[in-house]
Design a protein around this ligand. Structure first.
Ligand SMILES: [Zn+2]
Length: 222
């Protein structure tokens, strides 16, 4: 899967990208960061539709389902409501707070933390989750050991391609988890998302594309 960004909207080489507009937006966005989230939802919930309701009061630029399909809800040059109270110290020591005003948000469909019940792993809603899809781990910010739903390989592939397209189109300084910018308050994407490996894959793709020529250089000088 490969993506392009035209007029702040996502397009794919091989298929159409669905756009489900969310009304939960702020003013203009000049993206500097990319924030990774999980939805804390099961396969039956349609999070992009949920974001399209005013009453939801939340949104993200992109939602990636377990099958790897992606829906855009907010154009990349418009603020989405995914980060909430948050802070980050950027490269060079610049302090950011309220990362909605500087970050693109990707929501990945995933249950998040899971409890071990008598009959196996269960989500916060009480839904049973197949043990083959669960990893037991401690969150880096000290949440006790619990189960975490494993992200699907289709999701990892899609989110990597999305991040590469976003980093090519915008001057993205760094990629963080919601837990990195709101430690203690948020635990997504959590230990099942290998952020270092993910960032290395995204960078690997960017290095490779640089060989193709000056198109990327021109973009980064804007
Ligand atoms: Zn989040």
């Amino acid at each position: 899967m490969e993506f392009q960004i035209k007029d702040n909207r996502l397009a794919a080489t091989s298929s159409r990208v669905e756009f489900v507009r969310s009304p939960n937006i702020g003013g203009p966005l000049k993206p500097k960061f990319l924030i990774i989230h999980y939805t804390a939802s099961g396969p039956d919930a349609d999070i992009a539709r949920y974001f399209s309701q005013k009453a939801a009061n939340v949104s993200a630029h992109l939602v990636v389902r377990r099958d790897g399909s992606v829906t855009q809800c907010v154009p990349f040059n418009v603020i989405a409501w995914h980060a909430g109270q948050s802070q980050w110290t950027g490269k060079g020591g610049t302090r950011y707070s309220g990362l909605n005003s500087s970050a693109i948000g990707i929501e990945i469909e995933n249950w998040g933390p899971l409890d071990k019940g008598a009959g196996g792993w269960v989500s916060w809603t009480g839904a049973a989750v197949d043990g083959s899809k669960v990893v037991e781990a401690r969150h880096k910010f000290g949440v006790p050991n619990c189960g975490w739903e494993i992200f699907t390989s289709a999701q990892i592939e899609t989110v990597t391609a999305l991040a590469q397209a976003i980093c090519s189109a915008y001057a993205i300084e760094d990629i963080m988890g919601h837990d990195d910018i709101a430690p203690g308050r948020k635990s997504d994407p959590g230990p099942a998302w290998d952020m270092e490996a993910f960032k290395a894959r995204v960078r690997g793709g960017a290095e490779y594309r640089k060989i193709e020529g000056i198109r990327m250089q021109q973009r980064t000088e804007r």
